[in-house]
Design a protein around this ligand. Structure first.
Ligand SMILES: [Zn+2]
Ligand SMILES: [Zn+2]
Length: 269
C-alpha cells in the first residue's frame, strides 16, 4: 500500500495498492494532465532520489518562505508564519524530508496548517501528522481532498479566526472555497486566488492559470468589494511575489483594469 503522488500537481492520495487511475485535481479545466501521460511517485521515492531539497528564507520578522529546489509539480511556496509563539503553515509543498522537519522544529514546529485551495494540498496530511497540527480547509472545497485524515477541519462561512491575529477569509473565485490568510491587519497571503504580477504593483485573478481561463468580471468585482473591508497593506502570493505597500489600493486598481479588459473597454485590438 502506498500514498501515491501525482507528479504534475504534487497532490498525494489515500493509501492504495495500485496507482490511482487518474488525478482528480489534474482532470479538470483548472489543471492539465501531463501530455506524456499521467505519472505517479511517492514521498519516499522523491526523498530517495536526493534530487530535491527545501530552502527556507526569512522574508521578514515572523515570516519564512519554504520552496523546493528544483521545482516540483506546480512549484508553489509555503509560508511559516510566527505569531506570538504559534506557527501556522500557510499552503503546503510536497517534499517533506528530515532536513525540513529539523528546520521547522528549530523554528518552533507547526501548530496549524491552512490551505488556500486544492492545487496546494500536496502532502498536507504528512505535514499534519509529523507536527500533530490540524489542517483548515473551507468546507466548499471538501470534495477535492484526495487523502482523508482526522487532522482535517472544514471551516464554513466567510471568515474564520484560527488563532489571534490569523484570520482566514473565503474569497472564492479560483475555487468556490478559495481562502486567503490575513495576518495582524497588515499582511495578506493569497495563494493564487490573487496573483501578484511581474510588475508587483499589479495583481490578477484567474480561474485557470495553466489554461489562461479568466474569471467573469462580476466575480472579480465581488472579490475586490470583499477585500475593501479587509485591512492589509502587503501581499505575499503563492509564487513568492510580494506587493509591498498600499496593496489594497493596488488590488482595487488591478480589479478595475481586469474588468475593463474583460469588458472590452481597456483597449481595441
Ligand atoms: Zn494531479
Ligand atoms: Zn491554483
Amino acid at each position: 500500500m502506498e500514498n501515491y503522488i501525482c507528479e504534475t500537481c504534487g497532490v498525494q492520495y489515500d493509501f492504495s495498492a495500485n496507482e490511482p487511475e487518474q488525478c482528480l485535481i489534474c482532470n479538470e479545466e483548472r489543471q492539465y494532465v501531463n501530455p506524456n501521460g499521467q505519472s505517479w511517485t511517492t514521498l519516499q521515492a522523491m526523498v530517495e532520489t536526493g534530487d530535491f531539497r527545501n530552502n527556507f528564507t526569512q522574508d521578514e520578522p515572523g515570516i519564512y518562505s519554504i520552496r523546493t529546489s528544483p521545482n516540483f509539480a506546480i512549484g508553489q511556496t509555503a509560508y511559516l508564519i510566527h505569531e506570538d509563539g504559534y506557527n501556522m503553515l500557510w499552503d503546503c509543498i510536497t517534499l517533506l524530508d528530515s532536513p525540513t522537519i529539523e528546520s521547522v522544529k528549530e523554528l518552533g514546529g507547526i501548530q496549524a496548517i491552512a490551505l488556500s485551495h486544492p492545487h496546494h494540498y500536496s502532502t498536507q496530511v504528512e505535514w499534519a501528522e509529523v507536527f500533530d497540527a490540524p489542517i483548515y480547509i473551507h468546507e466548499d472545497d471538501r470534495k477535492w481532498v484526495t487523502r482523508p485524515s482526522e487532522q482535517l477541519i472544514f471551516w464554513s462561512g466567510e471568515t474564520y479566526e484560527v488563532h489571534g491575529g490569523l484570520v482566514l477569509h473565503r474569497l472564492g473565485g479560483h475555487f468556490k472555497g478559495a481562502a486567503i490568510l490575513q495576518w495582524k491587519n497588515s499582511h495578506l497571503f493569497t495563494g493564487d486566488v490573487v496573483r501578484v504580477m511581474a510588475d508587483p504593483s499589479w495583481a490578477s485573478f484567474m480561474y485557470s492559470y495553466p489554461n489562461f481561463l479568466p474569471l467573469p468580471a462580476k466575480i472579480v468585482r465581488r472579490m475586490a468589494e470583499q477585500l475593501k473591508s479587509v485591512e492589509f497593506y502587503r501581499v505575499y502570493d503563492a509564487f513568492h511575489r510580494t506587493m509591498r505597500e498600499n496593496a489594497n489600493e493596488q488590488i482595487q486598481k488591478s480589479a478595475q483594469r481586469y474588468i475593463d479588459a474583460i469588458n472590452g473597454e481597456l483597449f481595441s485590438t
